[in-house]
Design a protein around this ligand. Structure first.
Ligand SMILES: Nc1ncnc2c1ncn2[C@@H]1O[C@H](COP(=O)(O)OP(=O)(O)OP(=O)(O)O)[C@@H](O)[C@H]1O
Ligand SMILES: [Mg+2]
Length: 394
């Protein structure tokens, strides 16, 4: 326990520092006791029906592949049932792709002139599900054989902790800041680290990333202005990935705008409440003004897709459904068809820094799990279709 001593109450600066020190110590203590000594996050295994589903084949076909020895037996076989690690599913993809007549059937990575997809999730409304949507999309795509990079542009580091790195207790290590700072930036390749989730890498964030906001306000480097810096960093690791997902902080600062200048598509997650809708209108007004400024400075902004995603959707809540219908009537297909439903399954999973894809179905009420996963799958599937459209795939 931390000894309770009275808070310093003389100057606000001393008070804030005092509170922050105590909070940090408490967080460290709590997190360390919760995760130590081995705080590494691991991914669960997947049942045979789940693995077949991810590979897009039938259970019967999977059994045939095993019987013929085409794909190796998984390490974990219990009571005659097979359980696969995400890595084993990836390995099976590689094997099946080699003998598949349809290219990309099992390994859907980009090739030829298919461009890196850079999707930014942004809205300055706090709590609009930017981070939750980012991690679910990241897991959806990594499980389907895409090489995914998440870039955490939020100094709060929510996405970073969901990827198994605790910004509160691990202070060393490079962050996005190191790749985009003005003074001797390092290579983005040194910042990007693989996660415990096969196929998923992260460029992490920590509080230090907020330095970029301060520095950009005073820096004028005409050769590499602030809005080119994320784009440049991404170009250094471009060949390693198919999809980049950028989570933004709940503000329209230099980080969010530099992300916008690097993005090839945008998603604005939006919770259907009157406050959120009007705040989003203001956000887009400001974003539009900034986009104009960047364009005037000589950058070309071009988005393949620019969509709203309804998040924390409550199909039985009449006012929120009215707002959703209103948005659809006004913007038609600019609003994605799929919505992310509000679900205790998702709320509970994110409390444990997990996505619904990391939760085992039998550990939840089945109907609740199925509804949440179905909704997240539908969102992922729709984004996947848009990506294939950008790649001009049939
Ligand atoms: N579909 C959902 N169902 C239930 N709870 C959700 C859902 N989506 C998000 N939440 C919860 O809402 C809260 C805010 O979500 P999240 O952190 O993703 O928002 P954010 O836009 O990233 O917030 P910030 O602006 O602070 O970065 C979280 O506690 C999360 O667990
Ligand atoms: Mg967030």
């Amino acid at each position: 326990m931390i000894p309770v001593t009275p808070l310093a109450n003389e100057k606000p600066s001393a008070l804030a520092t005092d509170i922050s020190e105590r909070l940090n110590a408490a967080i460290r203590e709590h997190l360390l006791s919760a995760f130590a000594p081995d705080s590494t996050k691991t991914l669960r295994s997947f049942s045979a029906p789940e693995a077949a589903d991810l590979l897009g084949v039938s259970g019967q076909f999977m059994r045939k592949l095993h019987a013929e020895g085409t794909i190796p037996e998984p390490e974990d076989v219990r009571g005659g049932r097979r359980y696969y690690t995400a890595q084993e599913i990836w390995d099976a993809r590689e094997i099946l792709e080699k003998s598949s007549r349809k290219k990309g059937r099992y390994l859907p990575r980009r090739s030829g002139d298919e461009k890196l997809q850079v999707w930014q999730l942004m809205n300055f409304k706090g709590g609009s599900s930017k981070s939750t949507t980012s991690i679910h999309l990241a897991h959806y795509f990594a499980l389907r054989g895409y090489r995914v990079l998440v870039v955490d542009l939020d100094p709060q580091g929510s996405l970073t902790s969901m990827c198994g790195i605790s910004p509160e207790i691990e202070f060393d290590g490079l962050t996005v800041y190191d790749a985009i700072r003005y003074d001797e930036p390092v290579s983005m390749a040194d910042v990007v680290v693989p996660t415990y989730f096969p196929g998923l890498s992260i460029a992490p964030a920590r509080l230090l990333l907020s330095e970029f906001e301060t520095e950009s306000a005073v820096h004028s480097n005409p050769d590499q202005p602030f809005f080119t810096r994320i784009r440049n960093a991404l170009s250094q690791v471009e060949d390693e990935f198919d999809l980049v997902l950028m989570d933004s902080p709940p503000q329209l600062g230099f980080l969010t705008i530099a992300g916008m200048a690097a993005a090839s598509s945008l998603i604005v997650p939006l919770t259907p409440s009157m406050l959120d809708v009007s705040s989003t209108a203001q956000f887009l007004e400001l974003a539009g003004a900034y986009m104009g400024v960047i364009e005037d400075a000589g950058a070309t902004l071009q988005y393949d897709h620019f969509k709203f995603l309804i998040t924390r959707d409550e199909p039985t809540d009449v006012p929120s459904q009215q707002l959703t219908s209103f948005m659809r009537a006004l913007f038609q297909d600019r609003v994605m068809s799929a919505t992310a439903v509000k679900s205790t399954a998702i709320g509970d999973a994110t409390m444990l820094k997990q996505s619904i894809y990391e939760v085992v179905r039998s550990e939840m009420t089945r109907a609740t799990y199925d509804r949440a996963k179905g909704s997240m799958d539908a969102v992922g599937h729709e984004v996947e279709a848009m990506i294939h459209q950008s790649w001009r795939r049939k």
